[in-house]
Design a protein around this ligand. Structure first.
Ligand SMILES: Cc1cc2nc3c(=O)[nH]c(=O)nc-3n(C[C@H](O)[C@H](O)[C@H](O)COP(=O)(O)OP(=O)(O)OC[C@H]3O[C@@H](n4cnc5c(N)ncnc54)[C@H](O)[C@@H]3O)c2cc1C
Length: 418
């Protein structure tokens, strides 16, 4: 009987444990939060469509009937790979026979870490609630502001990065600004609001075909988003974004432009790529150790073309399942290599529009949006969440009522934007 320790109760860690728990091993799952977070819908918490509880599930509850699973709420701060031991923030030490690391990713500011002080990223619930507070407070501040320049800076939204997260946020903020809050404020009008999406490249959503990417751009523009392509950000200051072409005075800066591996990976003595991801062996073990495995966003696993698999949920889920079978299988011979089954990808834009590739088919518009909605409901964990999210969507999209337009907390981040 092995003691298998898993760091991270995200998509990879949970998928591993759900498959491996029936084996004759002892498992310890460590996460710095007490919940699994469905990150694909995080932007909807940030833009007041959903509430945090709708897209989270308590990790402990998922394993209540598995006596061989122990759940620990703590942050792993160090890994001693030579003595098979982990150090936790609480000061506790945990030993392991095998270690699975699935700690996800963090933001990359391309060497400009001070930009994080002036902008909001979106990775966890605190980030989402900070963004939500900031957006909702900005409308309130604009309503009572006498100075016109300051008022316009509250009504100016700048989202940096035209990947899926930036696109989703821009579309959803535009819907909130131009549709949901219409007629509610007396001292500014809709024409004074600007939602800018800044992208350094020539297209948004560059992982899709030019045709789909162009369609997504049109959908966004129809929602009122001002698309700024080929515009590289040079600096982010307090309430200001400076690009190659322009400068934006704004109290709402959202950074959705860069990712790198979770900093915990730096504690390992192993080979990493330019994004800090561990370059793993075929069986997800790391170089310099035969008891540590890395999956999900923290791993660089090369597909058949030699390119790393993308940092998306299906990759982490499939890797978790594969590794669970491999580590808990009784026979040691004839182990199959991991093969990623790519079922396609989708990105929603807002206004009942999305784009996607399913197998050989490219889809867009309302049909794609319906697919997108269905897939997200299927993948959400728990019937209660599926049901509540469906109801919230009906209210938000068909009845124009966003469920969680609440300002009730101080921003956790020490951000001078506030
Ligand atoms: C805003 C956003 C939108 C996304 N949208 C999509 C989408 O539409 N479709 C899609 O397929 N993918 C999407 N993704 C990507 C997808 O969520 C990731 O690929 C997936 O979550 C990776 O799984 P993982 O297990 O590697 O990490 P995660 O799911 O991120 O889980 C990591 C876990 O590790 C824990 N952790 C981290 N560090 C420590 C530590 N030191 N100690 C203890 N615990 C720790 C975290 O609390 C977390 O629970 C999105 C990601 C984000 C941020």
């Amino acid at each position: 009987m092995n003691k298998i320790v898993i760091i991270g109760g995200g998509f990879g860690g949970l998928s591993f444990l759900k498959t491996a728990r029936k084996s004759q091993n002892n498992f310890t799952l460590i996460d710095q939060t007490n919940h699994h977070l469905f990150q694909p819908l995080l932007y909807q918490v940030a833009t007041a469509v959903l509430s945090p509880a709708d897209i989270t599930v308590p990790i402990r509850n998922l394993f209540k009937n598995d006596k061989n699973v122990n759940v620990v709420l703590d942050e792993v701060v160090d890994i001693d790979q030579y003595n098979n031991s982990l150090e936790l923030k609480s000061g506790n030490l945990i030993n392991y026979d095998k270690l699975l690391i699935s700690v996800g990713s963090s933001y990359s500011y391309f060497g400009n870490d001070d930009w994080s002080i002036y902008s909001h990223g979106l990775k966890n619930l605190n980030d989402a609630l900070d963004i939500r507070d900031n957006i909702l407070k900005a409308f309130e501040k604009a309503e009572s502001e006498k100075d016109n320049d300051k008022k316009l800076s509250y009504l100016n939204f700048v989202i940096i990065g035209g990947g899926p997260t930036g696109v989703e946020l821009a579309g959803s903020i535009a819907e909130l600004a131009y549709k949901n809050i219409k007629n509610e404020y007396r001292n500014f009008n809709m024409e004074e609001i600007n939602v800018n999406l800044i992208e350094a490249g020539s297209n948004i959503l560059p992982e899709y075909s030019t045709n789909l990417s162009t369609k997504a751009s049109k959908y966004l523009q129809k929602l009122g988003v001002d698309l700024k392509l080929n515009e590289k950000v040079l600096n982010i200051e307090n309430n200001k974004v400076i690009t190659e072409k322009d400068s934006y005075l704004t109290s709402n800066i959202i950074w959705a432009a860069g990712n790198k591996a979770n900093p915990l990976i730096e504690k390992l003595n192993t080979e990493v790529d330019n994004f800090g991801r561990v370059i793993v062996n075929d069986d997800f073990s790391i170089k310099n150790s035969n008891s540590i495995y890395v999956i999900g966003d923290a791993a660089n696993y090369k597909n058949n073309n030699g390119d790393p698999l993308p940092g998306i949920a299906p990759v982490a889920i499939q890797q978790g399942k594969y590794l669970a079978k491999m580590l808990t299988s009784k026979s040691n011979g004839n182990k199959k290599n991991f093969h990623y089954s790519d079922k396609g990808m989708m990105a929603t834009v807002g206004g009942f529009r999305a784009i996607g590739v399913i197998g050989k088919f490219q889809i867009s518009g309302i049909l794609a949006w319906l697919f997108w909605s269905l897939i997200h409901l299927v993948y959400l964990i728990g019937y209660k969440s599926k049901f509540i999210v469906l109801i919230e969507w009906v209210f938000a999209y068909f009845l124009n009522k966003r469920g969680t337009r609440l300002i009730y907390r101080e921003n956790i981040k020490n951000n001078p934007n506030n």
